[in-house]
Ligand binder design. Structure first.
Ligand SMILES: Cc1ncc(C[n+]2csc(CCOP(=O)(O)OP(=O)(O)O)c2C)c(N)n1
Length: 561
C-alpha cells in the first residue's frame, strides 16, 4: 500500500535527529497525527524517539529534567493543549531557573471549525483555544513558537534546539496545531543543521582572572560560595583541587549539585554566615542568592567577585548583591583559568589558613557526629539520623535526588555528578519524577530520592509509582516524614514568633497528618516500609535497597515527629 507522509512523521524523525531519545507524553485529542506517526514509524523504520506515556504532566517534565541532568542531552515532552501545558508550568519554572534545556511542546486546538483534515470535531476544541497559548509560559521559556506549516518542522526544530542549548541554557516551547501535524507532505523538510555552529560557552577575560588571582594570593580570609556549580561534574573536580591547594573554604549554599565532598577539609558546611562575617574576599560562583542580606552580609571592605554563565541573573527581576568583579564564564572555564593564574603566584596566608580551616572542619564534623549519636540513642528519627543511616546504602555509584531533605554533612558523597537537588525556584513535586528520569538515563546505577512528605505528595505519587512500575524503573524513595510543611511553619514563626500564630507552635496551615505512604507503593508492586524507631532505620533501608536491586521500586516512610 503506498501511503502519503504526514508532517508529524517528519517531526518525530527530526526529534530523533537532534538526539532526543524520549518523548514523554500526556496525550489528548490534539495527538491524533502524532499517534498515527508513531504507528507508521513501525512500518517505515524511520528513526523516532521512544514515546513514554506519563500520567501526569508534573512527572513528565520532571522525568525529562532528570534524564537531561544525567546525560546533558535535552529531551522532549508533549502535552495536551492549554490544559496539559498549564499543569507543567511549575516544573518548567524549576528547569528554567536551573538552566536545564527541555523541549516542551503541546498540541494546539485545531484552528479551523470545519473543512480541513484535522478540523474541530470535539466539544472541547472551542473552549481549549486561547488567544495566546504560549503566553502563560513565555516568561519562563527562552523561546517559543507555533508551527505554522508542515514543511517548517525541520527549521523550527533546529531553531528550538539551538535556543535551548546555547548558554545560558533553558527550556523552550513549541505549540503544534493539529492541522499542521496532519498536513500531507510532498518534499523532505528543510534543515541546515550541519551548518549551524553553536557559539562557545562563555570563557573569562584573562585580565579578570589575573585580577582575581592577585586578590586570592593576598587574601587572608577568602570564602567560596557556590549554588549550581557542579552541574557539569568537572566543575567539582577542579574546585576541590583548587580549594585544597589554596586553602579556600567552600560553602555549597542550597547547592543543587555536588560541588565538593563533605570529607574535604575545605568543605565548611552549608551556610555562609559564620565565615561570611569575617571574609575579606567572597568568590560567588554560580550562586543566585549567595547569602540572605536581611540576615547576614560580608564586612563592608570585603571584595566580592561574582562568576557565572549569567552572573547578573538577567531573568531575575530584582537582585542587588554587590560585586567588585563580575565575570561571565562557565564555572569550569573560570576555575581552570584561575588554576593557571594562581600557579604563578604564592599565597600570603595559605599555611595559616589551612591549619585554621582544618581545625574548623574537624570541629564541624565532631558536632555533626554528636548530633547523629544523640539521635541514634533517642526514640525519634531526625533529619540527621535519616541522612546518617543512608550511608548504609549509598555507594560511589549512587545518584541522590534531594527535594530539601538530603544533607551531605551526615552522608558524605565522593563522586562528582552524584547529587541533584531541587531548583532554586523551589517548585515542589520535582524529586520523584526526576529520580525516574535519572534511572531511565542510568539504568545501572542506584537512584535514591530523599523527599519531604509534602514534596512527595506534590509529585503526584500515584503517577510516579505507576511510571516506575510500567517502565521498569526501580528507584528508592525515602520520605522524611515530619507530617508537616516544616518550611511554612518556620516562615510563620520567623515573622510572628510572638504573634497569635506562635501559640500553636506555628502549625496552623502547616500540619500535614500523613497517610501510610508505605502502602501506596504496594499498590504498584513495590516494597514499602514504615519506620518509627530509629534503631529500625538501617535495616529498613537495606531491605529496600535490596528490593531495588532485585528490580522492585521501594519506599521507606521515615516518621520524624
Ligand atoms: C508547588 C509548590 N507549592 C507550594 C510551595 C510552598 N512550600 C515551600 S516548602 C513547603 C513545605 C514542604 O513540605 P515538606 O516537603 O514536607 O518539607 P518540610 O518543609 O516539612 O521539610 C511548601 C508547601 C512550593 N514551594 N511549591
Amino acid at each position: 500500500m503506498t501511503q502519503t507522509r504526514i508532517a508529524a512523521e517528519d517531526y518525530l524523525e527530526a526529534l530523533a535527529t537532534h538526539g532526543i531519545d524520549h518523548l514523554f507524553v500526556n496525550p489528548g485529542t490534539d495527538f491524533a497525527p502524532i499517534v498515527e506517526a508513531f504507528a507508521r514509524s513501525a512500518r517505515t523504520n524511520r528513526k523516532v524517539p521512544r514515546p513514554m506515556v506519563v500520567p501526569h504532566e508534573t512527572a513528565a517534565v520532571a522525568m525529562a529534567h532528570g534524564y537531561t541532568m544525567i546525560t546533558g542531552r535535552p529531551q522532549a515532552v508533549m502535552l495536551h493543549t492549554n490544559v496539559g501545558t498549564a499543569n507543567a508550568i511549575n516544573m518548567l519554572i524549576d528547569a528554567a531557573r536551573d538552566r536545564v534545556p527541555i523541549l516542551l511542546s503541546s498540541g494546539r486546538t485545531p484552528f479551523t471549525e470545519a473543512g480541513a483534515s484535522g478540523s474541530r470535531n470535539a466539544h472541547i476544541h472551542w473552549a481549549q483555544e486561547m488567544f495566546d497559548q504560549a503566553g502563560m509560559l513565555r516568561e519562563v521559556v527562552k523561546w517559543d513558537y507555533e508551527m505554522k506549516r508542515g514543511d517548517q518542522v525541520g527549521t523550527v526544530l533546529d531553531r528550538a534546539m539551538e535556543m535551548a542549548m546555547t548558554s545560558p541554557r533553558g527550556p523552550v516551547y513549541l505549540s503544534l496545531p493539529r492541522e499542521v501535524l496532519g498536513e500531507v507532505m510532498e518534499k523532505a523538510p528543510d534543515s541546515n543543521w550541519e551548518r549551524r555552529a553553536r557559539p562557545r560557552e562563555p570563557v573569562p577575560a584573562p585580565v579578570d582572572i589575573e585580577q582575581l588571582a592577585e586578590w586570592i594570593a593576598a587574601a587572608q580570609s577568602p570564602l567560596v560560595i557556590t549554588g549550581s556549580l557542579g552541574q557539569d561534574p568537572r566543575d567539582a573536580v577542579v574546585l576541590s583541587r583548587l580549594a585544597e591547594q589554596w586553602a579556600l573554604p567552600v560553602v555549597p549554599y542550597n547547592t543543587r549539585y555536588f560541588a565538593i565532598s563533605s570529607n574535604s577539609p575545605m568543605f565548611q558546611g552549608s551556610v555562609p554566615g559564620p565565615l561570611l562575617k569575617d571574609a575579606d574576599l567572597v568568590i560567588v560562583i554560580e550562586a543566585d542568592v549567595p547569602w540572605l542580606p536581611s540576615q547576614e552580609h560580608p564586612p563592608a571592605g570585603a571584595r566580592i567577585v561574582q562568576i557565572g554563565e549569567d552572573p547578573l541573573y538577567t531573568r531575575y527581576p530584582m537582585r542587588s548583591f554587590p560585586s567588585d568583579l563580575t565575570i561571565t564564564a562557565t564555572a569550569l572555564s573560570a576555575l581552570l583559568a584561575l588554576e593557571q593564574a594562581l600557579a604563578r603566584r604564592k599565597g600570603a596566608h595559605v599555611d595559616e589558613r589551612r591549619e585554621r580551616l582544618t581545625q574548623r572542619s574537624a570541629d564541624l564534623h565532631a558536632a555533626w557526629r554528636g548530633e547523629v549519636e544523640q539521635a541514634g540513642q533517642g526514640n525519634k528519627n531526625t533529619l540527621a539520623w535519616l541522612n546518617h543511616c543512608l550511608r548504609k546504602v549509598v555507594d560511589r555509584d549512587t545518584i541522590i535526588i534531594s527535594e530539601y531533605s538530603f544533607r551531605q554533612e551526615y552522608c558524605p558523597l565522593e563522586t562528582p555528578g552524584s547529587l541533584f537537588a531541587l531548583s532554586s525556584a523551589g517548585g515542589l513535586g520535582w524529586g520523584f519524577g526526576a529520580s525516574l528520569g535519572a534511572k531511565l538515563a542510568s539504568p545501572g546505577k542506584q537512584v535514591v530520592s530523599v523527599l519531604g512528605d509534602g514534596a512527595y505528595m506534590f509529585a503526584n505519587p500515584t503517577a510516579c509509582h505507576y511510571t516506575a512500575q510500567m517502565q521498569n524503573l526501580p528507584v528508592l524513595t525515602v520520605i522524611y516524614n515530619n507530617a508537616l510543611y516544616g518550611a511554612v511553619r518556620r516562615a510563620t514563626l520567623g515573622m510572628y514568633g510572638d504573634g497569635a500564630a506562635s501559640e500553636n507552635d506555628g502549625r496552623l496551615l502547616a500540619d500535614l497528618p500523613a497517610p501510610a505512604f508505605e502502602k501506596i507503593v504496594l499498590a504498584h508492586d513495590g516494597h514499602g516500609e514504615r519506620v518509627e524507631n530509629p534503631r529500625d532505620l538501617p535495616g529498613a533501608l537495606q531491605r529496600a535497597a535490596a528490593a531495588v536491586r532485585d528490580g522492585q521500586q521501594a519506599l521507606v516512610n521515615v516518621i520524624c515527629p
